[in-house]
Design a binder for this molecule. Structure first.
Ligand SMILES: Nc1ncnc2c1ncn2[C@@H]1O[C@H](COP(=O)(O)OP(=O)(O)OP(=O)(O)O)[C@@H](O)[C@H]1O
Length: 568
């Protein structure tokens, strides 16, 4: 989507999302822009009738002007309220599109973000806003064009030469804006990228705050942050300067036009060709025409900014979806969201997960796993073990589609799983990594992640969190701080376990828990889980008591299966 016809297409898709709201907004803004025509015409009538014998006529006309002004401002308030609702919708549609593409796109999740998560925030925030601004400026431009056209027709009928002079700045501003376009587009892209690297760095710093502190890297972080900000300041200033030049050009040429036209019509007044009312009308209509370059300049700037933003947003969409970016979506802005639809669980309950010839090569190191065969049957506990770096985590993550595989097949009850990242997800499968990522909300929220809470108590008990809860002020509603900062390492891991168990997965995939759980707690966790027996389990462990419980032990060495022991 890197061609620059993509902005009108993206904007049009946003209009199509709720055409009635857009049409309503549009008609109100067009009326608002046209309302000064009425006031200007009434002014002409007042001025032309000042010498009329009956003093009631100008007074009535003045009352009419007042009424027109009140109507104009009422229209403004109503248009602004309506616009705000529409604006939030325009912002929401690209965000929903990008988010659902990221959530449901093909391939490993990590590969779906073009940069860091912090950098993606800038795309969601700034780029969606830039696209919405195009829709916004369309409202004003169509109002301004309609008002200027009527004003020109009326002025032409009075003084064609002066009316022609009012058009001149429009042509100048359009020509300059078109000439500067490509440069402005480059400046905008540089500015967006610089902003993205700052937000990305902030995200990384917050994410790794512990590493920063324990390595006393605060001043290095400061220096890097200052350098990123300094280069952002340079490109940001350049970008702002470019936009302001175009805007000021609009204002400047507009002012010149007003001056020239008034000079022209003033001489006609002296010669008696025009009435004082005509001058009044020109004085109020010329700014309407002269304001047009301002809007057209803004239209150009916003379109070029949005060209960059549409490209950047399209990078968040998986490849097959790029051209369908910004499809109409249902937004739920006035009421809460509808209940989540259950994830499809085609292929039925797990009877047999089979992995054959799984080979993964990590980019960079070239290491990974080769030709791994593995089976997990219903109710089994299959344990992967082996020395450090032998490929245990890689195997788990490749089965779940979290890293891309070079070759190999995965079947669920004999049905080939093409993209495990899309189908080996809850409630089918749950994954408990070595260090689960928690959110800063309450314990219950970070476990449930939107799941109904009727399973919460069971999950808390199975994950051996029930005793810990007794010491928490608000029980499961206790807020656990950023990424669970107020929890111990073991509590974080058991919270991750509860999150995996609350969805009653068919297959539970667990990485090595021994880093944070003591032997006794881990043994108890497994005892409770085996008793509950709702899942088949594939896990990495070295612990003898886990190996004892295993139905099958698969030992890896240097990325290959070295041994398989069946334990019945
Ligand atoms: N993201 C990555 N990029 C490059 N190489 C990687 C990546 N992840 C793992 N590796 C390499 O792949 C090999 C297997 O790593 P993996 O983490 O799967 O081993 P492991 O058996 O789980 O190790 P541990 O017991 O330390 O957790 C290692 O040599 C490792 O250095």
């Amino acid at each position: 989507m890197s061609r620059h016809d993509s902005t009108p297409r993206a904007a049009w898709n946003l209009v199509r999302n709720d055409p009635v709201a857009y049409l309503f907004s549009w008609s109100q803004w067009v009326l608002f822009h046209m309302s000064p025509l009425v006031v200007g015409y009434l002014l002409k009538l007042v001025l032309d009738r000042l010498d009329v014998a009956d003093p009631q006529v100008p007074v009535l006309l003045l009352v009419a002007i007042l009424g027109a002004e009140v109507g104009r401002w009422t229209l403004l308030v109503s248009a602004a309220v309506q616009w705000h609702g529409a604006w939030v919708g325009w912002l929401t549609v690209p965000r929903v599109n990008a988010l659902s593409s990221l959530a449901t796109g093909g391939g490993p999740v990590a590969g779906r973000l073009p940069g860091s998560p912090g950098e993606a925030v800038s795309r969601f925030r700034d780029d969606t806003q830039d696209i919405s601004l195009v829709l916004d400026v369309w409202l004003d431009v169509s109002g301004a064009v309609a008002a200027a056209s009527v004003a020109l027709v009326v002025m032409f009928s009075i003084d064609p030469l002066a009316a022609g002079a009012a058009l001149l700045p429009v042509a100048v501003a359009v020509a300059i804006s078109a000439a500067l376009g490509p440069v402005l587009r480059t400046w905008r892209r540089d500015a967006r990228e610089a902003t993205a690297s700052v937000t990305g760095f902030i995200g990384d710093t917050f994410g790794g705050i512990l590493a920063v502190k324990t390595n006393a890297a605060e001043s290095a972080v400061d220096t890097r942050f200052a350098a990123l900000n300094a280069s952002r300041a340079v490109v940001g200033r350049r970008d702002a300067l470019g936009s302001e030049v175009i805007r000021s050009l609009g204002y400047g040429t507009g002012e010149v036009a007003v001056g020239v036209v008034l000079l022209l019509v003033a001489s006609s007044l002296r010669s008696g060709e025009l009435s004082i009312g005509d001058i009044g009308l020109f004085a109020s209509y010329v700014p309407i025409v002269a304001g047009l370059p301002r809007w057209i300049g803004r239209l150009g700037v916003y379109h070029r900014q949005a060209d960059v933003s549409v490209d950047r947003l399209a990078e968040l969409m998986p490849v097959p979806d790029r051209h369908a970016a910004l499809r109409p979506v249902r937004t739920h802005l006035r009421h809460g969201p509808p209940p989540m639809e259950p994830t499809a669980t085609d292929g039925g309950r797990l009877q047999h997960l089979a992995v054959e010839g799984l080979t993964v090569r990590h980019l960079g190191s070239g290491r990974g796993v080769t030709d791994i065969d593995l089976d997990v049957r219903r109710g089994e506990l299959v344990v992967l073990t082996g020395p450090v770096g032998s490929g245990k985590t890689t195997t788990l993550r490749a089965i779940l589609g979290l890293v891309p595989r070079e070759s190999g097949t995965i079947t669920w009850n004999g049905v080939v799983v093409d993209d495990p990242a899309l189908s080996l997800v809850p409630p089918r499968t749950a994954y408990l990594p070595q260090v689960p990522r928690l959110f800063s909300e309450s314990l219950a929220d970070t476990i449930l992640l939107g799941h109904p809470d009727h399973e919460l108590e069971r999950a808390l008990r199975l994950a051996c969190l029930d005793e810990d809860l007794a010491g928490m002020a608000d029980g499961p509603r206790t807020v656990i701080g950023p990424r669970g900062l107020r929890l111990s390492g073991g509590q974080i891991q058991r919270t991750g376990a509860a999150r995996a168990l609350v969805r009653r997965p068919e297959l539970l995939v667990v990485d090595d828990l021994s880093s944070a759980l003591d032997v006794e707690t881990e043994r108890e966790l497994w005892r409770r889980m085996v008793e509950d027996a709702t899942s088949s389990v594939l896990m990495v462990s070295h612990r003898p008591h886990v190996l004892e419980m295993a139905s099958r032990i698969v030992t890896l060495d240097a990325g290959r299966v070295a041994d398989v022991v069946e334990q019945g």
